[in-house]
Design a protein around this ligand. Sequence first.
Ligand SMILES: [Zn+2]
Length: 234
Amino acid sequence: MYQCLCCGCYTLPVPPEDAIAYICPVCFWENDVFIKSDNEPSDENHGLTLQQARKNYAEYGACCLEMKQHTRRPTEDETGECTMLHNEIEKTLVEAGSVVTDLLASLKPAPYKPDEETPKEMITFDRTETDNSKWKTLLAEYLKTAKAFEIHCWNEEAEWIEVAMQYGTLKESDWQYGKIITGPVTKEFAKMLLNIPKPTDTELENKMTPFFNVFLDESFSSSHYGTEIYYDGN
Ligand SMILES: [Zn+2]
């Protein structure tokens, strides 16, 4: 429904510019598509202007006193309170929806390596771990023989993306929330990885390394900042 230009109630079934000669049942103003302003006399309404009609409606609930007998009170729908409330709720739902969508999208984990059929052993480093020496020992073992690495960082971890990029190149991926860097396992790379001190931002995870995921060949992976290690059991 559309608002009557005189009383403002939602009584027009079509927009005012299309509601030719439609008479509002609430104020009895005859919608005039030919007037161009609020103070132009309307032939449809015996020379009354919209301005006068609105004043009259405010005063006696009709566009003019002569029409008073034909008018009626607006329904709740017509006053627009329901419409406004409905629009407000709709808007809130849409906003809440997009927040949730964004939130879910941001929770999307980094893609795991696709070729992961071999059963792996798993070690977790929990809060009791006060340093990253065990993580380093385990990593060092695999760094000796590994040929290639792959590192996953979230986009906001620019500093660590930059570090990883010194040893490899960006790999194309559809992970829009982070970067994947791959490269050869060199002595320099191993040194860098083993010499980064244990991160101090451990509120969310007791990080062993600032790198979210580190993969070495197909045999070793350090996930969730080194709190979960998967490796070949043999
Ligand atoms: Zn009206």
